[in-house]
Structure formats: C-alpha cells, structure tokens
Write a protein that binds this ligand. Structure first.
Ligand code: IMP
Ligand code: MG
Length: 185
C-alpha cells in the first residue's frame, strides 16, 4: 500500500488508491470501447459519486459530457426506503442522449431503481449504469448494472467520495468504518 496515513476511525482498508485507480482505468477503457463513435452524457449522483465521476471522466477516451443530480431517500436513517426525492435536478435535457448514470454505491438498489426510472421517463436514447461499489449481499433489486467497480461486504464503508454524516469523503482509499464510530455492533 502507498504511504497514505490511515485515519484513526478506519478499521480496515478494502481498496487502496492504486487499486482504485487501476480499476477506474479499466472501467474507462471498457466504456470507451462500448461507446466508440458516441458521446456519453454522464449523470453523476451527488454527492458520493463526485470523485469517482471526476476520475472516470478524465480517463474516458471518447468525448463525454457531465451533469449532476442530487436525491435524498425518505425514511428512517440508515435503511433505504426506495422513496426518493429530487433535491437538485439536472441542468440539461437528456432526451435522446446516451446516458451513463454514475453512482457511488449500490446497497439495496432501491435508490438506483428510482433514479433510473426517472431518467428513462425523460426518454433517453440509452441508459447504462456505472457504480463504483456494490454490496451483493444487500441487493433487493435485480436491475442490470453494466459497469461495476468493486464488491464490498455488507458493512459500512467510506472514502473515495463515500461519507458517514458527510465525513470521510476525501479519503483516497475505501475503508470499513469502525463500528464504534457509527454506533454499530
Ligand atoms: P440503496 O438505495 O440502499 O442502494 O442505497 C444507496 C445509497 O445509500 C448510496 O448512494 C449511498 O449514499 C448510501 N450508502 C449505502 N451504503 C453505504 C455505505 O456503506 N457507505 C456510504 N454510503 C452508503
Ligand atoms: Mg449516495
């Protein structure tokens, strides 16, 4: 691992900065091949996906544009309810465009299901999903995710854009948060 200092609230590093950059490069290459001759429009879901989307965009070998959407999940805290509200909508129209939804993490998949439904309603030309992380054990939906970075265990992870109470987004690695920090078991 590179000489990054481990944050005292992190129990374990799952993916190092080097592993992350290598995987982002692979994903960007794959997307560039699949989208050759087209200009994908990245829809980055704020705030967690912002670092991943920025790295991905820089690695793409096809021209691409980017826009941002922010959503919040209703309900009781940690558990996703699947009822999602738009906090900040896209700036540009997406009708007729090839869209790639860029997400930080797919946990239950309920947020993803809602956001993809919303984008499809706007009659995009095509829609693919690119998620940095996913939790296979927590998944409740069977939506196709074409581009996936890494799988993580069913535990709370932070870093590389992902937060707990808005903290830890700037960590250059993905780590497991110490359970005593978030009051878990
Ligand atoms: P879902 O609707 O259950 O798939 O939840 C997805 C959203 O919950 C993600 O976009 C994150 O904002 C948040 N989330 C889920 N698991 C984690 C985690 O381990 N760390 C940080 N955020 C998470
Ligand atoms: Mg999020």
């Amino acid at each position: 691992m590179s000489p990054v200092r481990l944050h005292p609230d992190i129990a374990q590093v799952l993916y190092t900065p080097e592993q992350i950059q290598a995987r982002v490069k692979e994903l960007a290459r794959q997307i560039s091949t699949d989208y050759e001759g087209r200009e994908p429009h990245l829809v980055c879901v704020l705030r967690g996906a912002v670092i991943f989307a920025a790295d991905l965009l820089r690695r793409l070998e096809v021209p691409a544009t980017i826009d941002f959407i922010a959503v919040s999940s209703y309900g009781n805290g940690a558990e996703s309810s699947g009822i999602v509200r738009i906090e900040k909508d896209l700036q540009d129209r997406i009708e007729g465009r090839p869209v790639i939804l860029v997400e930080d993490i797919i946990d239950s998949g309920l947020t993803l299901a809602y956001v993809t439904g919303l984008l499809e309603d706007r009659r995009v030309a095509s829609l693919d999903v690119c998620a940095f992380l996913h939790k296979p054990e927590a998944r409740k939906t069977d939506q196709e995710v074409r581009y996936l970075g890494f799988a993580v265990p069913n535990t709370f992870v932070v870093g590389y854009g992902l937060d707990y109470a808005q903290r830890y987004r700037g960590l250059p690695y993905v780590g497991v948060l110490r359970s005593d920090v978030y009051g878990g078991g």
